[in-house]
Design a protein around this ligand. Sequence first.
Ligand code: ZN
Length: 530
Amino acid sequence: MRTLFRNAYCWSAGKEIFDGLLIENDIIVAVGDQALASDFDEVIDLDGAFVIPAFLDGHAHPIFAGREAAGPKINGLSSLEEILKEVKNFAEKNPTMPWIIGGAYEAAIIEAGAFDAHWLDSVVFDRPVVLHAVDHHTIWVNSEALKRAKINEKTPDPSGGTIARRPDGSPQGTLREPNAIQLILNCAPPDSINSDVEAIKRACSAYLDAGVTAAIDSWVEKDMAQAYLAAAQSGDLTIAMNLSFLATPTTWREKVTEFNSFRSEFASLPNPDLVLANSIKFLADGALSAGTAALIDPYLDNPDSHGIKIWADKELLDAVTTFDALGYQVHIHAIGDAAVKQALDVIEAMMKINPHWDRRPVIVHAQLISDEDLPRFNALGVIANIQPLWCYLDPMNKELILPRLGKTRNDRQYRLRTLIDTGATIAFGSDWPVTSEVPLLALAVPVNRLAPGVHSEDSWNISEAITMEESLTFYTANAAYQLFRESERSSLKVGMKADFLTLNRNPFETPPHEVASISIKSVYQNGEKI
Ligand SMILES: [Zn+2]
């Protein structure tokens, strides 16, 4: 069956805009004039639509997003009252749910992000409530959750994490970084494989609505890998997925065998390209908003602190070298300039130990990079995975990060133009559910360095702006390269999977502040409209 799509403006990275796409089954077999001149069985008139390849998400947490969507919906609420109201309503509607877990609240609405357990107690006191902050490095809990986790004034801060305290030393209700968060979540009933398969289904459907047909889950633990396996076997996983297994300083050595056996299980599925379980996630530091990102110079608001390095250099090098030798891509979360330097140092040292291969290491976020480290991305072949929706002066930057960094350093975040000028490869990722999974919402943000939909002269560091062509390329071709899917779905070229979107407007001819309101007319996956 050959279908010709015509009367369209087709864009593909690095190419002129053309009309004509010929699809045979699920593959593009001709484009442009050649497509228009070919024989076909069916023709579809796209009525002048703008056509782009489907998006790929190079950094995200689909299961977390799907789990969060099952709890109270507090995303985007801008006051404490609204959040408490939603939690109260949710609790009333779900009287038998033993723990209420949801997200994600905007920490910047309360000074220093110090949320109090008593506020949640006023709406739910009889069972634990745990809410994730938008940075997903922080939780806010009620007193019952603290009680179940036996956290009191005598509980010390865990290594790499903090428990916010009242003047008398008792816990206030805000906990920061995974080691502190786990003190609470370890007491919650574990998510079952079935509930995680439901989370995967919710995530896939949100992704397809947003025009994303391939993504990565960049924090995968054993139970989640089992859920992906079940979802892949049952047909509930409806987009292509890469998995990045979480390695931690204390557990990575014993996890090697587990990751290897998952990798072979996914590779032996009938459709081995559906899930590429080929990446390992390392957290080098925390987040700037929480004062836990690792900085070369100390924090302005706390001159004794350079933030937190989660790994000792030697241990990180051992781990990265071990997994690289086994053919895994490394995917290192590094936000502060000291963490980015550590990640680059470790990758450089690893490359001297292990033989050369097409390894495509990834540093994700790379929010603050010291000048001398900028050219090292290109020199070492490290992909910078950046979140386009973060590239403006958002409330978190203004209220929480600026006071910790000072203006000069704050303004040196997200130096996309400078990175591109050094020759570095940038790929985009949403970091969903930290920020929205919808690429069209994000595309123009790094182009005019303003919030989606905002029209203003007041761009944040416009000298670091990129073009719309670059933005689209980073969310399609470059993300495909990062995910080792470039031969399959990076562009509208012959031989690629027929995954594409028709848009109601041409993003190149739309004013940047209107790009976020471009709508997807239809999503084609494997040549079929969904
Ligand atoms: Zn992330």
